[in-house]
Write a protein that binds this ligand. Sequence first.
Ligand code: SF4
Ligand code: SF4
Ligand code: SF4
Length: 217
Amino acid sequence: MNLSRRNFVRGSVVSLAALAAGASASGCAGSAEADVDVFDTGYVRPPGARTPEDFDARCIRCGKCIQACPYESIHAVRNVFSLQSSTPYLDVRAKACRMCEDLPCIAVCPTEALHHLDDRRDIRMGTAVIDEESCIAFDGMRCEVCYRACPLIDEAITIDFRERPHDAQHMVFAPVIHEDTCTGCGLCVERCVTDVPAVHIVTDMDEYRSRVDAASR
Ligand code: SF4
Ligand code: SF4
Ligand code: SF4
């Protein structure tokens, strides 16, 4: 079995419910079959998209949201072998969503594949998940770049100060994502300092958690 670094995952994300209960919902270390990217659970769709089924049924591939995005964050899937070809998605590492106040991508959608949102804080494109194996904060380095980049700083992402096991000299300033607040905008991914980002936008947390569970067995 060819086990890559990314197959050993301790994703770091907590829900407010878990926090209230004093419990962490973090994943755990483990192994998995090769080529399984536990973080890749589907395309990151523009704001206002709901379930994949709802989006697939409504999107007519007109490209209006792509044209409307002032930051050129939205692209069309280019894969003639895929049923998703020509549908809009975001590559947040290249250019994240800026959470525009007036949500122009939603405003131009003619089919409500992108549903109206009352507030940009209601955007749910996915959930950021920290890969603790890659994040340099867990190696005792102070980074916090993702924390500073987040438009919902101290709400969607906070810093947990803790001692580093078996290390008397360094503290860990660990970024912690708050699932109930994170919009999945991807600014943390865009700005992450590691070559391969140590934070990912997961579009289906149930699928992600089941993959982590399977990897830990
Ligand atoms: S909210 Fe703004 S930046 Fe984000 S996808 Fe829509 S138009 Fe682009
Ligand atoms: S995805 Fe956006 S809202 Fe969520 S933690 Fe990253 S920067 Fe903050
Ligand atoms: S920017 Fe990347 S490396 Fe730095 S703390 Fe955030 S996830 Fe870790």
